[in-house]
Design a protein around this ligand. Structure first.
Ligand code: HEM
Length: 589
Protein backbone atom coordinates (compact mmCIF):
# COMPACT_ATOMS: atom_id res chain seq x y z
CA UNK A 1 0.00 0.00 0.00
CA UNK A 2 1.27 3.43 -0.82
CA UNK A 3 0.72 6.14 1.77
CA UNK A 4 -1.46 9.06 0.62
CA UNK A 5 0.92 12.00 0.85
CA UNK A 6 -0.47 15.52 1.07
CA UNK A 7 1.82 18.00 -0.80
CA UNK A 8 3.66 20.26 1.59
CA UNK A 9 2.24 23.49 0.04
CA UNK A 10 -1.29 22.19 0.70
CA UNK A 11 -0.59 21.48 4.32
CA UNK A 12 0.66 25.03 4.75
CA UNK A 13 -2.34 26.34 2.75
CA UNK A 14 -4.88 24.63 5.02
CA UNK A 15 -3.54 25.79 8.32
CA UNK A 16 -6.25 26.70 10.84
CA UNK A 17 -5.47 30.39 10.46
CA UNK A 18 -5.73 30.37 6.65
CA UNK A 19 -9.01 28.45 6.92
CA UNK A 20 -10.24 31.08 9.34
CA UNK A 21 -9.28 33.89 6.92
CA UNK A 22 -11.02 32.08 4.05
CA UNK A 23 -14.10 31.61 6.21
CA UNK A 24 -14.14 35.30 7.12
CA UNK A 25 -13.68 36.35 3.45
CA UNK A 26 -16.52 34.08 2.37
CA UNK A 27 -18.74 35.33 5.17
CA UNK A 28 -18.00 38.97 4.23
CA UNK A 29 -18.64 38.22 0.53
CA UNK A 30 -21.93 36.52 1.40
CA UNK A 31 -22.95 39.38 3.71
CA UNK A 32 -22.07 41.89 0.94
CA UNK A 33 -24.09 39.84 -1.56
CA UNK A 34 -27.07 39.79 0.83
CA UNK A 35 -26.74 43.53 1.36
CA UNK A 36 -26.51 44.14 -2.38
CA UNK A 37 -29.77 42.28 -3.04
CA UNK A 38 -32.90 44.42 -3.46
CA UNK A 39 -34.45 45.61 -0.19
CA UNK A 40 -38.17 45.90 -0.85
CA UNK A 41 -40.15 48.54 1.04
CA UNK A 42 -42.49 46.48 3.28
CA UNK A 43 -46.04 46.09 2.02
CA UNK A 44 -45.50 47.39 -1.54
CA UNK A 45 -45.95 44.65 -4.19
CA UNK A 46 -43.12 43.75 -6.61
CA UNK A 47 -42.15 41.01 -9.07
CA UNK A 48 -40.88 38.20 -6.83
CA UNK A 49 -38.00 36.90 -8.95
CA UNK A 50 -36.61 40.44 -9.40
CA UNK A 51 -36.05 40.72 -5.63
CA UNK A 52 -33.85 37.61 -5.73
CA UNK A 53 -31.18 38.96 -8.09
CA UNK A 54 -28.57 41.70 -7.85
CA UNK A 55 -29.78 43.50 -10.97
CA UNK A 56 -33.39 43.30 -9.86
CA UNK A 57 -35.78 44.16 -12.70
CA UNK A 58 -33.09 45.10 -15.23
CA UNK A 59 -32.94 41.66 -16.95
CA UNK A 60 -36.69 41.95 -17.60
CA UNK A 61 -36.02 44.82 -20.03
CA UNK A 62 -34.06 42.46 -22.31
CA UNK A 63 -36.86 39.87 -22.04
CA UNK A 64 -39.45 42.48 -23.06
CA UNK A 65 -37.32 43.68 -25.96
CA UNK A 66 -36.95 40.07 -27.16
CA UNK A 67 -40.76 39.89 -27.16
CA UNK A 68 -40.88 43.01 -29.40
CA UNK A 69 -41.80 45.43 -26.58
CA UNK A 70 -40.12 48.69 -25.58
CA UNK A 71 -38.13 49.45 -22.39
CA UNK A 72 -40.88 51.62 -20.88
CA UNK A 73 -43.29 48.64 -21.08
CA UNK A 74 -41.41 47.39 -18.01
CA UNK A 75 -43.43 49.77 -15.82
CA UNK A 76 -46.80 48.77 -17.24
CA UNK A 77 -45.89 45.09 -17.17
CA UNK A 78 -44.93 45.45 -13.48
CA UNK A 79 -48.22 47.18 -12.72
CA UNK A 80 -50.09 44.46 -14.64
CA UNK A 81 -48.30 41.70 -12.72
CA UNK A 82 -48.69 43.26 -9.27
CA UNK A 83 -52.28 44.43 -10.01
CA UNK A 84 -51.66 47.33 -7.66
CA UNK A 85 -51.84 51.16 -7.83
CA UNK A 86 -48.45 51.20 -6.09
CA UNK A 87 -45.59 48.82 -6.85
CA UNK A 88 -41.79 48.79 -6.68
CA UNK A 89 -38.90 47.88 -8.95
CA UNK A 90 -35.18 47.33 -8.35
CA UNK A 91 -32.31 48.34 -10.61
CA UNK A 92 -28.94 48.51 -8.87
CA UNK A 93 -27.05 46.45 -6.30
CA UNK A 94 -27.23 48.31 -2.95
CA UNK A 95 -29.73 50.71 -4.61
CA UNK A 96 -33.07 51.88 -3.25
CA UNK A 97 -36.24 50.57 -4.92
CA UNK A 98 -38.08 52.79 -7.37
CA UNK A 99 -41.79 53.14 -6.53
CA UNK A 100 -44.36 53.26 -9.34
CA UNK A 101 -47.60 55.13 -8.73
CA UNK A 102 -50.34 54.12 -11.14
CA UNK A 103 -53.28 56.09 -9.75
CA UNK A 104 -54.00 59.54 -11.12
CA UNK A 105 -55.69 60.87 -7.99
CA UNK A 106 -52.67 60.05 -5.80
CA UNK A 107 -50.29 61.47 -8.43
CA UNK A 108 -52.27 64.69 -8.64
CA UNK A 109 -52.27 65.03 -4.85
CA UNK A 110 -48.53 64.38 -4.54
CA UNK A 111 -47.21 66.53 -7.37
CA UNK A 112 -49.50 69.49 -6.63
CA UNK A 113 -50.75 69.65 -3.00
CA UNK A 114 -47.73 67.78 -1.56
CA UNK A 115 -45.05 68.94 -3.98
CA UNK A 116 -42.88 70.12 -1.06
CA UNK A 117 -42.26 66.44 -0.23
CA UNK A 118 -40.68 65.92 -3.67
CA UNK A 119 -37.73 67.12 -5.73
CA UNK A 120 -36.73 66.52 -9.30
CA UNK A 121 -33.97 64.27 -7.93
CA UNK A 122 -30.44 63.21 -8.72
CA UNK A 123 -31.36 60.65 -11.39
CA UNK A 124 -33.20 63.21 -13.57
CA UNK A 125 -30.54 65.82 -12.96
CA UNK A 126 -27.74 63.45 -14.03
CA UNK A 127 -29.66 62.31 -17.10
CA UNK A 128 -30.26 65.80 -18.46
CA UNK A 129 -27.14 67.28 -16.87
CA UNK A 130 -24.87 65.27 -19.20
CA UNK A 131 -26.05 67.37 -22.14
CA UNK A 132 -27.57 70.56 -20.67
CA UNK A 133 -26.12 71.14 -17.17
CA UNK A 134 -26.82 74.90 -17.01
CA UNK A 135 -30.53 74.62 -17.82
CA UNK A 136 -33.11 74.44 -15.02
CA UNK A 137 -34.34 71.10 -16.42
CA UNK A 138 -31.21 69.58 -14.78
CA UNK A 139 -31.70 71.29 -11.41
CA UNK A 140 -33.66 70.68 -8.23
CA UNK A 141 -36.31 73.30 -7.48
CA UNK A 142 -34.43 74.13 -4.25
CA UNK A 143 -31.18 74.76 -6.18
CA UNK A 144 -30.58 78.56 -6.06
CA UNK A 145 -29.61 78.45 -9.77
CA UNK A 146 -33.09 77.09 -10.64
CA UNK A 147 -34.93 80.32 -9.85
CA UNK A 148 -32.39 82.47 -11.68
CA UNK A 149 -32.34 80.35 -14.85
CA UNK A 150 -36.10 79.92 -14.91
CA UNK A 151 -36.57 83.66 -14.36
CA UNK A 152 -34.51 84.36 -17.49
CA UNK A 153 -36.94 82.36 -19.63
CA UNK A 154 -40.36 83.09 -18.12
CA UNK A 155 -41.41 85.81 -20.58
CA UNK A 156 -40.87 83.48 -23.55
CA UNK A 157 -44.07 81.58 -22.76
CA UNK A 158 -46.44 84.47 -22.10
CA UNK A 159 -49.50 84.50 -24.42
CA UNK A 160 -48.39 87.91 -25.72
CA UNK A 161 -44.88 86.77 -26.67
CA UNK A 162 -46.24 83.57 -28.21
CA UNK A 163 -48.95 85.30 -30.27
CA UNK A 164 -46.88 88.26 -31.38
CA UNK A 165 -43.43 86.73 -31.83
CA UNK A 166 -43.65 82.93 -32.11
CA UNK A 167 -46.98 82.44 -33.93
CA UNK A 168 -46.13 84.35 -37.17
CA UNK A 169 -42.92 82.29 -37.53
CA UNK A 170 -44.75 79.00 -36.93
CA UNK A 171 -47.56 79.92 -39.34
CA UNK A 172 -45.07 80.72 -42.13
CA UNK A 173 -43.23 77.42 -41.68
CA UNK A 174 -46.51 75.56 -41.69
CA UNK A 175 -47.58 77.14 -44.99
CA UNK A 176 -44.36 75.78 -46.59
CA UNK A 177 -45.14 72.37 -45.19
CA UNK A 178 -48.60 72.44 -46.77
CA UNK A 179 -46.93 73.26 -50.12
CA UNK A 180 -44.63 70.27 -49.73
CA UNK A 181 -47.42 67.83 -48.90
CA UNK A 182 -49.48 69.20 -51.82
CA UNK A 183 -46.56 68.29 -54.07
CA UNK A 184 -46.24 64.84 -52.47
CA UNK A 185 -49.99 64.15 -52.47
CA UNK A 186 -50.11 64.92 -56.16
CA UNK A 187 -47.11 62.71 -56.95
CA UNK A 188 -48.33 59.83 -54.76
CA UNK A 189 -51.77 60.10 -56.35
CA UNK A 190 -53.79 58.41 -53.62
CA UNK A 191 -51.05 56.06 -52.38
CA UNK A 192 -49.62 56.18 -48.89
CA UNK A 193 -46.25 57.82 -48.25
CA UNK A 194 -44.00 58.19 -45.20
CA UNK A 195 -44.86 61.14 -42.97
CA UNK A 196 -42.47 60.38 -40.09
CA UNK A 197 -39.40 62.17 -41.48
CA UNK A 198 -41.41 65.05 -42.99
CA UNK A 199 -42.96 65.77 -39.60
CA UNK A 200 -39.53 65.55 -37.96
CA UNK A 201 -38.37 68.32 -40.30
CA UNK A 202 -41.55 70.30 -39.66
CA UNK A 203 -41.26 70.15 -35.86
CA UNK A 204 -37.59 71.13 -36.19
CA UNK A 205 -38.44 74.06 -38.50
CA UNK A 206 -41.13 75.26 -36.14
CA UNK A 207 -39.02 75.08 -33.02
CA UNK A 208 -35.93 76.64 -34.64
CA UNK A 209 -38.09 79.40 -36.08
CA UNK A 210 -39.57 80.10 -32.62
CA UNK A 211 -36.21 79.79 -30.85
CA UNK A 212 -33.73 81.26 -33.32
CA UNK A 213 -35.83 82.98 -35.98
CA UNK A 214 -34.51 81.14 -39.04
CA UNK A 215 -35.51 82.53 -42.40
CA UNK A 216 -37.09 80.50 -45.18
CA UNK A 217 -33.80 79.64 -46.87
CA UNK A 218 -32.77 77.76 -43.71
CA UNK A 219 -36.05 75.83 -43.44
CA UNK A 220 -35.60 72.08 -43.80
CA UNK A 221 -39.03 71.81 -45.44
CA UNK A 222 -38.30 74.51 -48.02
CA UNK A 223 -35.01 72.82 -48.94
CA UNK A 224 -36.67 69.42 -48.97
CA UNK A 225 -39.35 70.63 -51.40
CA UNK A 226 -36.69 72.25 -53.57
CA UNK A 227 -34.74 69.00 -53.74
CA UNK A 228 -37.91 67.00 -54.47
CA UNK A 229 -38.78 69.32 -57.34
CA UNK A 230 -35.33 69.03 -58.88
CA UNK A 231 -34.46 65.40 -58.01
CA UNK A 232 -37.67 63.57 -58.71
CA UNK A 233 -37.40 62.22 -62.23
CA UNK A 234 -40.67 62.45 -64.10
CA UNK A 235 -42.10 58.93 -64.34
CA UNK A 236 -44.30 57.53 -67.01
CA UNK A 237 -47.68 56.31 -65.67
CA UNK A 238 -46.59 52.67 -66.17
CA UNK A 239 -43.63 53.18 -63.77
CA UNK A 240 -45.79 54.50 -60.91
CA UNK A 241 -46.85 51.67 -58.58
CA UNK A 242 -50.62 51.44 -58.27
CA UNK A 243 -50.67 50.11 -54.73
CA UNK A 244 -48.47 49.92 -51.63
CA UNK A 245 -46.33 52.76 -50.38
CA UNK A 246 -45.11 55.52 -52.67
CA UNK A 247 -41.43 56.17 -51.93
CA UNK A 248 -39.89 59.61 -52.19
CA UNK A 249 -36.11 60.19 -52.20
CA UNK A 250 -34.61 60.61 -48.71
CA UNK A 251 -33.53 64.04 -47.51
CA UNK A 252 -30.61 64.62 -45.09
CA UNK A 253 -30.94 66.98 -42.13
CA UNK A 254 -28.79 70.11 -41.68
CA UNK A 255 -25.78 70.08 -39.30
CA UNK A 256 -27.70 71.72 -36.44
CA UNK A 257 -30.61 69.31 -36.78
CA UNK A 258 -28.24 66.32 -36.96
CA UNK A 259 -26.43 67.55 -33.86
CA UNK A 260 -29.75 68.05 -32.06
CA UNK A 261 -30.89 64.51 -32.90
CA UNK A 262 -27.56 63.01 -31.76
CA UNK A 263 -27.57 64.89 -28.44
CA UNK A 264 -31.24 64.14 -27.73
CA UNK A 265 -30.59 60.47 -28.46
CA UNK A 266 -27.77 60.56 -25.87
CA UNK A 267 -30.23 61.83 -23.21
CA UNK A 268 -32.67 59.06 -24.18
CA UNK A 269 -29.96 56.40 -24.03
CA UNK A 270 -28.76 57.57 -20.62
CA UNK A 271 -32.21 56.90 -19.13
CA UNK A 272 -31.85 53.14 -19.28
CA UNK A 273 -28.37 53.21 -17.71
CA UNK A 274 -27.57 52.46 -14.04
CA UNK A 275 -25.35 55.57 -13.90
CA UNK A 276 -26.39 58.30 -16.38
CA UNK A 277 -23.39 60.39 -15.24
CA UNK A 278 -20.87 57.68 -16.14
CA UNK A 279 -22.72 56.96 -19.39
CA UNK A 280 -22.48 60.63 -20.48
CA UNK A 281 -18.81 60.86 -19.46
CA UNK A 282 -17.92 57.94 -21.76
CA UNK A 283 -20.46 58.66 -24.49
CA UNK A 284 -19.28 62.26 -24.89
CA UNK A 285 -15.90 60.88 -26.03
CA UNK A 286 -17.38 59.26 -29.16
CA UNK A 287 -16.46 61.06 -32.41
CA UNK A 288 -20.17 61.45 -33.37
CA UNK A 289 -20.86 63.15 -30.03
CA UNK A 290 -17.76 65.37 -30.31
CA UNK A 291 -18.95 66.53 -33.75
CA UNK A 292 -22.48 67.12 -32.41
CA UNK A 293 -21.12 69.23 -29.54
CA UNK A 294 -18.88 71.30 -31.79
CA UNK A 295 -21.65 71.86 -34.40
CA UNK A 296 -24.08 72.85 -31.65
CA UNK A 297 -21.65 75.39 -30.19
CA UNK A 298 -20.62 76.85 -33.54
CA UNK A 299 -24.11 77.21 -35.00
CA UNK A 300 -25.80 78.54 -31.85
CA UNK A 301 -23.01 81.10 -31.43
CA UNK A 302 -23.50 82.21 -35.05
CA UNK A 303 -27.19 82.82 -34.36
CA UNK A 304 -26.40 84.68 -31.12
CA UNK A 305 -23.82 86.87 -32.89
CA UNK A 306 -26.28 87.65 -35.70
CA UNK A 307 -28.97 88.66 -33.19
CA UNK A 308 -26.49 90.81 -31.29
CA UNK A 309 -25.33 92.51 -34.53
CA UNK A 310 -28.95 93.24 -35.47
CA UNK A 311 -29.57 94.67 -31.99
CA UNK A 312 -26.54 96.97 -32.38
CA UNK A 313 -27.70 98.05 -35.81
CA UNK A 314 -31.33 98.66 -34.95
CA UNK A 315 -30.96 99.99 -31.40
CA UNK A 316 -34.33 101.13 -30.02
CA UNK A 317 -36.11 99.84 -33.14
CA UNK A 318 -34.96 96.28 -32.48
CA UNK A 319 -37.96 93.96 -32.59
CA UNK A 320 -37.49 90.35 -31.40
CA UNK A 321 -38.64 87.76 -33.93
CA UNK A 322 -37.57 84.79 -31.80
CA UNK A 323 -36.77 83.71 -28.26
CA UNK A 324 -33.05 84.20 -28.93
CA UNK A 325 -33.53 87.92 -29.78
CA UNK A 326 -35.35 88.40 -26.50
CA UNK A 327 -32.60 86.60 -24.53
CA UNK A 328 -29.84 88.63 -26.21
CA UNK A 329 -31.63 91.96 -25.67
CA UNK A 330 -32.24 91.05 -22.05
CA UNK A 331 -28.59 90.14 -21.38
CA UNK A 332 -27.36 93.33 -23.07
CA UNK A 333 -29.73 95.50 -21.03
CA UNK A 334 -28.90 93.70 -17.72
CA UNK A 335 -25.18 94.12 -18.43
CA UNK A 336 -25.68 97.83 -19.08
CA UNK A 337 -27.55 98.27 -15.79
CA UNK A 338 -24.92 96.30 -13.89
CA UNK A 339 -22.01 98.10 -15.59
CA UNK A 340 -20.43 94.96 -17.05
CA UNK A 341 -19.78 93.54 -20.52
CA UNK A 342 -22.64 91.35 -21.81
CA UNK A 343 -21.81 87.65 -21.78
CA UNK A 344 -23.21 86.35 -25.06
CA UNK A 345 -21.28 83.12 -25.22
CA UNK A 346 -22.12 81.69 -21.80
CA UNK A 347 -22.85 78.01 -21.33
CA UNK A 348 -26.14 79.03 -19.72
CA UNK A 349 -27.36 80.94 -22.79
CA UNK A 350 -26.34 78.03 -25.05
CA UNK A 351 -28.10 75.51 -22.80
CA UNK A 352 -31.30 77.58 -22.61
CA UNK A 353 -31.46 77.78 -26.41
CA UNK A 354 -30.53 74.14 -26.83
CA UNK A 355 -33.24 72.89 -24.42
CA UNK A 356 -35.79 75.06 -26.21
CA UNK A 357 -34.89 73.19 -29.39
CA UNK A 358 -34.47 69.72 -27.88
CA UNK A 359 -37.46 69.65 -25.52
CA UNK A 360 -39.67 71.29 -28.13
CA UNK A 361 -38.69 69.22 -31.15
CA UNK A 362 -38.78 65.60 -30.06
CA UNK A 363 -42.03 65.83 -28.10
CA UNK A 364 -44.03 67.71 -30.73
CA UNK A 365 -42.68 65.43 -33.45
CA UNK A 366 -44.10 62.49 -31.53
CA UNK A 367 -47.50 64.17 -31.14
CA UNK A 368 -47.66 65.19 -34.81
CA UNK A 369 -47.00 61.60 -35.94
CA UNK A 370 -49.86 60.30 -33.78
CA UNK A 371 -52.12 63.18 -34.84
CA UNK A 372 -51.84 62.31 -38.53
CA UNK A 373 -52.23 58.60 -37.78
CA UNK A 374 -55.40 59.29 -35.80
CA UNK A 375 -56.75 61.58 -38.55
CA UNK A 376 -56.48 58.67 -40.99
CA UNK A 377 -57.87 56.13 -38.51
CA UNK A 378 -60.77 58.23 -37.13
CA UNK A 379 -62.70 59.18 -40.23
CA UNK A 380 -65.84 60.38 -38.42
CA UNK A 381 -63.87 62.56 -36.02
CA UNK A 382 -61.91 63.95 -38.97
CA UNK A 383 -65.06 65.04 -40.82
CA UNK A 384 -66.45 66.57 -37.63
CA UNK A 385 -63.17 68.46 -37.21
CA UNK A 386 -63.23 69.65 -40.83
CA UNK A 387 -66.80 70.91 -40.36
CA UNK A 388 -65.89 72.67 -37.09
CA UNK A 389 -63.08 74.50 -38.88
CA UNK A 390 -65.28 75.53 -41.80
CA UNK A 391 -67.83 76.84 -39.25
CA UNK A 392 -65.11 78.71 -37.39
CA UNK A 393 -63.69 80.40 -40.52
CA UNK A 394 -66.74 81.01 -42.75
CA UNK A 395 -65.17 83.75 -44.86
CA UNK A 396 -62.00 81.73 -45.50
CA UNK A 397 -64.22 78.83 -46.59
CA UNK A 398 -66.40 81.05 -48.79
CA UNK A 399 -63.38 82.73 -50.37
CA UNK A 400 -61.52 79.40 -50.82
CA UNK A 401 -58.47 80.74 -49.01
CA UNK A 402 -56.38 79.74 -46.00
CA UNK A 403 -57.54 80.91 -42.57
CA UNK A 404 -55.31 83.84 -41.66
CA UNK A 405 -53.09 83.71 -38.60
CA UNK A 406 -55.08 86.50 -36.91
CA UNK A 407 -58.29 84.52 -37.47
CA UNK A 408 -56.79 81.34 -36.00
CA UNK A 409 -55.43 83.16 -32.96
CA UNK A 410 -58.80 84.73 -32.20
CA UNK A 411 -61.00 81.70 -32.78
CA UNK A 412 -62.15 79.15 -30.21
CA UNK A 413 -62.79 75.82 -31.85
CA UNK A 414 -63.73 73.44 -29.02
CA UNK A 415 -63.73 70.31 -31.19
CA UNK A 416 -60.20 71.12 -32.44
CA UNK A 417 -58.95 71.47 -28.87
CA UNK A 418 -60.75 68.27 -27.87
CA UNK A 419 -59.25 66.36 -30.80
CA UNK A 420 -55.73 67.49 -29.91
CA UNK A 421 -56.26 66.73 -26.20
CA UNK A 422 -57.51 63.25 -27.01
CA UNK A 423 -54.39 62.47 -29.08
CA UNK A 424 -52.20 63.86 -26.29
CA UNK A 425 -54.03 61.68 -23.75
CA UNK A 426 -54.18 58.45 -25.72
CA UNK A 427 -50.77 58.71 -27.41
CA UNK A 428 -48.87 60.55 -24.69
CA UNK A 429 -45.21 60.92 -25.73
CA UNK A 430 -43.91 60.35 -22.18
CA UNK A 431 -44.70 57.19 -20.20
CA UNK A 432 -44.44 58.98 -16.88
CA UNK A 433 -42.45 61.47 -14.83
CA UNK A 434 -40.17 60.72 -11.93
CA UNK A 435 -39.42 62.72 -8.79
CA UNK A 436 -37.56 61.97 -5.56
CA UNK A 437 -38.85 62.12 -1.98
CA UNK A 438 -37.06 64.73 0.15
CA UNK A 439 -38.44 63.29 3.43
CA UNK A 440 -40.24 60.13 4.52
CA UNK A 441 -43.54 60.40 2.65
CA UNK A 442 -46.75 58.40 2.88
CA UNK A 443 -48.12 57.24 -0.46
CA UNK A 444 -51.38 55.25 -0.51
CA UNK A 445 -50.78 54.24 3.11
CA UNK A 446 -47.12 53.15 2.66
CA UNK A 447 -44.20 55.04 4.16
CA UNK A 448 -41.70 55.76 1.39
CA UNK A 449 -38.23 56.57 2.76
CA UNK A 450 -36.51 59.89 2.01
CA UNK A 451 -34.41 59.77 -1.17
CA UNK A 452 -36.65 57.23 -3.00
CA UNK A 453 -37.42 57.77 -6.66
CA UNK A 454 -41.16 57.82 -7.45
CA UNK A 455 -42.41 57.22 -10.97
CA UNK A 456 -45.84 58.67 -11.79
CA UNK A 457 -47.32 56.95 -14.81
CA UNK A 458 -49.12 59.00 -17.46
CA UNK A 459 -50.62 55.92 -19.12
CA UNK A 460 -52.43 52.77 -18.05
CA UNK A 461 -55.03 52.52 -15.22
CA UNK A 462 -56.87 55.84 -14.61
CA UNK A 463 -55.87 57.20 -18.06
CA UNK A 464 -56.57 54.35 -20.45
CA UNK A 465 -59.01 52.32 -18.38
CA UNK A 466 -60.41 51.88 -14.86
CA UNK A 467 -58.17 52.58 -11.88
CA UNK A 468 -57.37 49.98 -9.23
CA UNK A 469 -59.67 50.04 -6.19
CA UNK A 470 -58.17 52.14 -3.37
CA UNK A 471 -59.56 52.45 0.18
CA UNK A 472 -60.41 56.12 0.79
CA UNK A 473 -58.75 56.05 4.24
CA UNK A 474 -55.40 55.10 2.68
CA UNK A 475 -55.36 58.41 0.82
CA UNK A 476 -53.68 61.50 2.28
CA UNK A 477 -55.54 64.12 4.27
CA UNK A 478 -55.30 66.61 1.40
CA UNK A 479 -56.56 64.04 -1.09
CA UNK A 480 -59.56 63.18 1.09
CA UNK A 481 -60.27 66.85 1.77
CA UNK A 482 -60.33 67.69 -1.95
CA UNK A 483 -61.97 64.43 -3.02
CA UNK A 484 -64.67 66.27 -5.01
CA UNK A 485 -62.14 68.22 -7.06
CA UNK A 486 -59.87 65.22 -7.70
CA UNK A 487 -60.19 63.50 -11.05
CA UNK A 488 -60.36 59.74 -10.91
CA UNK A 489 -60.41 57.65 -14.04
CA UNK A 490 -61.46 57.33 -17.65
CA UNK A 491 -63.34 54.02 -17.52
CA UNK A 492 -63.60 53.94 -21.34
CA UNK A 493 -60.10 55.40 -21.69
CA UNK A 494 -58.90 52.98 -24.39
CA UNK A 495 -61.38 54.51 -26.82
CA UNK A 496 -60.56 57.52 -29.04
CA UNK A 497 -63.39 59.92 -28.18
CA UNK A 498 -62.65 63.67 -28.39
CA UNK A 499 -66.16 64.39 -27.08
CA UNK A 500 -64.98 63.41 -23.58
CA UNK A 501 -63.31 66.85 -23.42
CA UNK A 502 -66.48 68.79 -24.28
CA UNK A 503 -69.23 69.93 -21.94
CA UNK A 504 -72.07 72.40 -21.80
CA UNK A 505 -71.12 75.88 -20.56
CA UNK A 506 -71.60 76.10 -16.77
CA UNK A 507 -74.29 78.79 -16.73
CA UNK A 508 -77.17 79.15 -19.11
CA UNK A 509 -75.33 77.89 -22.18
CA UNK A 510 -77.37 76.92 -25.19
CA UNK A 511 -77.90 73.29 -26.07
CA UNK A 512 -75.28 72.17 -28.57
CA UNK A 513 -72.98 75.05 -27.75
CA UNK A 514 -70.27 72.94 -26.13
CA UNK A 515 -67.05 74.21 -24.61
CA UNK A 516 -63.66 72.54 -24.26
CA UNK A 517 -63.01 71.35 -20.70
CA UNK A 518 -59.33 70.50 -20.07
CA UNK A 519 -60.25 69.36 -16.53
CA UNK A 520 -62.75 66.76 -17.69
CA UNK A 521 -60.63 63.82 -16.56
CA UNK A 522 -57.15 62.42 -15.87
CA UNK A 523 -54.39 63.93 -18.02
CA UNK A 524 -50.65 63.91 -17.25
CA UNK A 525 -49.10 64.42 -20.67
CA UNK A 526 -47.40 67.65 -19.60
CA UNK A 527 -46.99 66.51 -15.97
CA UNK A 528 -48.49 68.67 -13.20
CA UNK A 529 -47.33 70.88 -10.36
CA UNK A 530 -44.32 73.18 -10.14
CA UNK A 531 -42.20 71.09 -12.54
CA UNK A 532 -44.81 70.60 -15.23
CA UNK A 533 -43.84 71.28 -18.86
CA UNK A 534 -42.45 74.76 -19.28
CA UNK A 535 -43.22 74.81 -23.02
CA UNK A 536 -46.82 73.55 -23.02
CA UNK A 537 -48.34 76.84 -24.22
CA UNK A 538 -46.01 76.85 -27.20
CA UNK A 539 -46.84 73.18 -27.83
CA UNK A 540 -50.61 73.88 -27.88
CA UNK A 541 -50.10 76.89 -30.15
CA UNK A 542 -48.07 74.79 -32.59
CA UNK A 543 -50.53 71.92 -32.55
CA UNK A 544 -53.50 74.22 -33.14
CA UNK A 545 -51.81 75.81 -36.15
CA UNK A 546 -50.57 72.48 -37.53
CA UNK A 547 -53.88 70.61 -37.23
CA UNK A 548 -55.91 73.58 -38.52
CA UNK A 549 -53.83 73.97 -41.67
CA UNK A 550 -53.48 70.23 -42.29
CA UNK A 551 -57.21 69.50 -41.98
CA UNK A 552 -58.10 72.65 -43.93
CA UNK A 553 -55.97 71.53 -46.86
CA UNK A 554 -56.03 67.72 -46.83
CA UNK A 555 -58.33 64.83 -46.35
CA UNK A 556 -56.50 62.03 -44.54
CA UNK A 557 -57.63 58.79 -46.15
CA UNK A 558 -57.51 55.48 -44.21
CA UNK A 559 -54.23 53.54 -44.50
CA UNK A 560 -54.73 50.07 -46.03
CA UNK A 561 -54.57 47.40 -43.26
CA UNK A 562 -51.50 45.70 -44.80
CA UNK A 563 -49.52 48.97 -44.42
CA UNK A 564 -50.97 50.05 -41.08
CA UNK A 565 -49.03 49.45 -37.87
CA UNK A 566 -49.55 51.00 -34.41
CA UNK A 567 -46.46 49.52 -32.71
CA UNK A 568 -44.38 52.09 -30.88
CA UNK A 569 -40.77 52.38 -29.73
CA UNK A 570 -39.11 54.74 -27.29
CA UNK A 571 -35.89 56.09 -25.92
CA UNK A 572 -37.25 58.95 -23.91
CA UNK A 573 -40.26 59.73 -26.08
CA UNK A 574 -42.80 57.29 -27.59
CA UNK A 575 -42.88 57.31 -31.37
CA UNK A 576 -44.74 55.10 -33.84
CA UNK A 577 -42.65 52.55 -35.76
CA UNK A 578 -44.58 53.43 -38.87
CA UNK A 579 -46.24 56.71 -39.80
CA UNK A 580 -47.78 56.87 -43.27
CA UNK A 581 -50.38 59.23 -44.68
CA UNK A 582 -52.65 58.96 -47.70
CA UNK A 583 -53.86 62.37 -48.76
CA UNK A 584 -56.35 63.95 -51.07
CA UNK A 585 -57.08 67.63 -51.31
CA UNK A 586 -59.75 68.90 -48.92
CA UNK A 587 -60.10 72.10 -50.92
CA UNK A 588 -61.36 70.44 -54.09
CA UNK A 589 -63.87 68.23 -52.25
C1 HEM B 1 -46.51 68.09 -26.94
C2 HEM B 1 -45.32 68.49 -26.61
C3 HEM B 1 -44.72 68.36 -25.24
C4 HEM B 1 -44.92 67.42 -24.27
C5 HEM B 1 -45.84 66.22 -24.33
C6 HEM B 1 -44.08 67.78 -23.15
C7 HEM B 1 -44.04 67.08 -21.96
C8 HEM B 1 -43.28 67.44 -20.87
C9 HEM B 1 -43.25 66.74 -19.60
C10 HEM B 1 -44.07 65.51 -19.26
C11 HEM B 1 -42.38 67.39 -18.78
C12 HEM B 1 -42.00 67.00 -17.35
C13 HEM B 1 -40.78 66.12 -17.45
C14 HEM B 1 -40.27 65.60 -16.14
O1 HEM B 1 -40.75 65.98 -15.08
O2 HEM B 1 -39.36 64.77 -16.19
C15 HEM B 1 -41.84 68.49 -19.54
C16 HEM B 1 -40.90 69.37 -19.05
C17 HEM B 1 -40.35 70.37 -19.81
N1 HEM B 1 -40.70 70.75 -21.08
FE1 HEM B 1 -42.12 69.90 -22.22
N2 HEM B 1 -43.39 68.91 -23.46
C18 HEM B 1 -43.76 69.31 -24.72
C19 HEM B 1 -43.32 70.42 -25.41
C20 HEM B 1 -42.37 71.28 -24.94
C21 HEM B 1 -41.90 72.45 -25.66
C22 HEM B 1 -42.43 72.92 -27.01
C23 HEM B 1 -40.91 73.00 -24.90
C24 HEM B 1 -40.07 74.22 -25.15
C25 HEM B 1 -39.90 74.79 -26.27
C26 HEM B 1 -40.79 72.20 -23.69
C27 HEM B 1 -39.90 72.44 -22.68
C28 HEM B 1 -39.89 71.78 -21.47
C29 HEM B 1 -38.97 72.10 -20.39
C30 HEM B 1 -37.90 73.19 -20.39
C31 HEM B 1 -39.27 71.22 -19.34
C32 HEM B 1 -38.60 71.16 -17.96
C33 HEM B 1 -39.45 71.84 -16.92
C34 HEM B 1 -38.79 71.85 -15.55
O3 HEM B 1 -37.76 71.21 -15.39
O4 HEM B 1 -39.33 72.49 -14.66
N3 HEM B 1 -41.69 71.18 -23.75
N4 HEM B 1 -42.40 68.52 -20.79
Amino acid sequence: MTAHVIPAKWTTAFTPSSMLILGVVLAIAYAAYRRALPKPIPGIPYVEESAKRLLGDLPRIAELQKAGKKPSDLYFETVRLTKSPISQMFFLPFGKPMVIVSDFRETQDLVTARSKDLERGSYNNETFGGVMPEHFISMNTSDPRFKVTRGLTNDLMTPRFLNEVSAPEIYRKMRHFVDMWRFKAQAADGRAFKAYEDLNFLSYDIVTAAALGIDDSESETVQHLRSLRSDMPPRSPSEVPTEGEFRFPDFSPSDLMASLLTLVEAVGNSFAKPSPKLFHALNNLRPAMRKAWSDRKRILQQHIDNASARLNREGDNFKPVAALDYMVAREVSSAKKEGRRPDLSSRRLHDILFVYLAAGQDTTHSVMTFLVKQLGAQQKAQSKLGQSLRDAYPSAAAECRQPMLSEILQAHVPYLEAFIEEVLRLNTPIAGVSQQTVRDTTVLGHVIPKGTQLLFLAEGPSFHGPMFPVAEESRSESSQKHADAMLGEWVDGAEFRPERWLRKPREGGEEGNLVFDPKAGPFMTFSLGPRMCWGRRLAYLELRLVVTLLVWNFEFLPIPPELDNWDTYDLLIHKPRSCLVRLSSALEA
